[in-house]
Design a protein around this ligand. Structure first.
Ligand code: MN
Length: 323
């Protein structure tokens, strides 16, 4: 694994970058990409921001219009590719082009193996990749401004759940405070991230909550949503990562899970915990993520898979063992 100083040196030495994030971009992915994009551009470097998936429409941050949406045929050419907030193979439909880049940098804060890349900096202690980019920009002596501060602050708000998750440290507040000094408006940023749901989603949520299931005295709570339900309510299942946050509202919940059938037979499992390491549970199921927030992609019959995973999770919850 490389150090932050190695990454800084790489950015100083190279001049031509394409910055990408994970498929289905979230605020931290977008914020870290745009923060680095603005910063490297300020240094006079050639820079592009590329996404395999469309950019969410609920955000109005500066720079979102700079993104090139390239679902197929991505070719990095001579440019260095910088992958933020994910492993290079998790960049969606552009992944094969990303992996073939002549020079590949990877910066991330998820618990994981080193993975592909010429320069790889992974720090799971950091609350957000946007925090790492903040440190990088300071290391590169780039003057921050309102645009950079807005996108980095937005990324931090996203990954800390609005400064509520366990990754919210005094250091995170210090950086957020520093960013607000540039004139960032926290209220509209929080509103766009957390309170901008279409009516269809709220109706679907109503049904999901009605069908909420529990076991182990409510320590385990889960929701199961079929592809047909998403169709019925007119909701794109890929826009519902945050459903798991509603399951974990339960007062007794230790582990919250949501099973979403995003295509027939293709299940996305989201996991959240208060203290147990659901990152290890997710890895056991072939997925990954953080200790308290993780996920996995599964294939098979929705109800059967849910029943099997619930058994595994119950056992993990009660014994700490993975079977
Ligand atoms: Mn992140």
């Amino acid at each position: 694994m490389n150090s932050l100083a190695d990454v800084i040196r790489f950015f100083q030495e190279q001049d031509d970058f394409i910055i990408v994030g994970h498929e289905h971009p979230d605020p931290d992915s977008l914020g870290s990409i745009l923060g680095l994009y603005f910063g490297l551009t300020k240094l006079g470097k050639k820079c592009r921001a590329v996404s395999a998936d469309p950019i969410p429409s609920n955000l109005s941050w500066p720079g979102l219009d700079k993104f090139e949406h390239i679902p197929t045929g991505f070719d990095a050419g001579e440019s260095c590719v910088v992958v933020l907030d994910a492993e290079p193979h998790r960049t969606g439909s552009i992944a094969s082009g990303v992996m073939q880049a002549q020079r590949l940098v990877n910066i991330d804060h998820h618990q994981r193996e080193r993975g592909a890349g010429d320069v790889v900096y992974v720090n799971p202690q950091e609350a957000a990749t946007s925090v790492i980019v903040y440190r990088l920009l300071l290391g590169l002596s780039i003057d921050l401004d309102l645009e950079i501060a807005t996108v980095l602050y937005g990324g931090i708000v996203g990954d800390t759940g609005g400064f509520r998750h366990a990754n919210t440290t005094s250091e995170v507040f210090a950086i957020a405070s520093e960013l607000l000094r540039f004139g960032v408006q926290p209220a509209p940023i929080a509103r766009e991230i957390f309170s901008s749901q279409p009516l269809e989603f709220l109706k679907l949520l109503g049904q999901a909550l009605t069908n909420l299931q529990i076991s182990a005295d409510g320590k385990l709570v889960w929701m199961v949503l079929s592809y047909d339900q998403f169709l019925e309510f007119g909701v794109d299942p890929r826009d519902t990562d945050h459903l798991v946050n509603y399951a974990r509202l339960l007062d007794t919940a230790e582990i919250a899970m949501v099973f979403r059938e995003i295509r027939p037979g293709e299940i996305r499992l989201g996991l959240r915990a208060n203290s147990l390491d659901v990152g290890s549970l997710a890895r056991h199921l072939g997925g990954g993520g953080h200790k308290l927030a993780s996920g996995a992609s599964l294939k098979g019959d929705l109800q059967e898979l849910a029943a099997t995973v619930v058994k595994t999770a119950e056992h993990f919850l009660l014994t700490g063992e993975l079977i």
